[in-house]
Design a protein around this ligand. Structure first.
Ligand code: ZN
Ligand code: ZN
Ligand code: ZN
Length: 253
């Protein structure tokens, strides 16, 4: 199995339009972050986690020719607005793309993409919504995914576990009853927004506390803001086993 971090930036992406800060003007490619998304693959089946505003560019950049399903963490724009661009995958297979989401999120998608769900008109994107919850176990081809219930401020959202890796974004805290799913995992991808505290996202310090609690072998941080700092400045300050994620990073597990 492998997971490719297609985007590791927060909702505005990095660089931020018009910003002249040291991160946004950095020439280090690791400081250029598309909106957070990742691709799980066993070489046959490809499952995308979130389809944000950079979906099209991410599919092109990663050379994805086939997409079997999209699993959504939550309904915020930076995680869903790219869904219209599934069309090339619909056209190549003649089938809708399966999209797995919480019932609340599925409802939101039906509202945002109302035109998709009316009369079938050629050229429109086609998705098949499948409602799941934090207890769901999904089987997509030979890929098994287990949902993990987490809190994004006061909003319950989902992370995903695949074999010995857990992928979590936009978390502020985990539901205590879900901690058992993270016991004995080897790899963790988790969000760290910025240095300062934030009401709905973990700061770097909170993310590192969470890593200490879970104690995986290796962790990659994602959903980073320009306020986190330059990779060259932050990476050396991280504890051993914790790395800053960057766009294009592929992790084999
Ligand atoms: Zn987000
Ligand atoms: Zn900036
Ligand atoms: Zn969010």
């Amino acid at each position: 199995m492998n997971i490719t971090l297609l985007g590791t930036g927060t909702s505005q992406g990095v660089p931020v339009i018009g910003c002249k800060c040291p991160v946004c003007t950095s020439t280090d490619p690791r400081d250029q972050r598309l909106r957070t998304s990742a691709l799980l693959s066993d070489g046959i089946t490809n499952v995308l986690i979130d389809s944000g505003p950079d979906f099209r560019q991410q599919m092109l950049r990663a050379g994805v020719e086939k997409l079997d399903a999209i699993v959504i963490t939550h309904e915020h724009n930076d995680h869903v607005i790219g869904i219209d661009d599934v069309r090339p995958f619909n056209f190549s297979t003649g089938k809708p793309i399966k999209v797995y989401a919480l019932p609340r999120v599925a409802q939101d998608l039906q509202y945002r993409f109302q035109y998709i769900f009316g009369e079938p008109i050629p050229g429109l994107p086609r998705i098949e919504l499948i409602e799941i919850d934090e207890n769901s176990v999904l089987q997509i081809g030979r890929i098994t995914l287990e949902a993990v219930g987490i809190m994004h401020g006061e909003l319950p959202i989902l992370g995903y576990k695949c074999e010995n890796l857990v992928y979590i974004t936009d978390m502020k805290r985990i539901l205590p009853q879900e901690l058992a799913k993270l016991r004995d995992i080897r790899y963790l991808v988790v969000n760290a927004l910025q240095i300062a505290d934030h009401p709905t996202h973990m700061s770097l310090e909170e993310a590192l506390d969470f890593v200490t609690q879970i104690n995986p072998e290796k962790t990659w941080l994602t959903h980073c803001s320009h306020r986190l700092g330059r990779t060259t400045d932050i990476a050396p300050t991280l504890p051993s086993g914790v790395l800053l994620g960057y766009d294009g990073l592929q992790i084999t597990f």
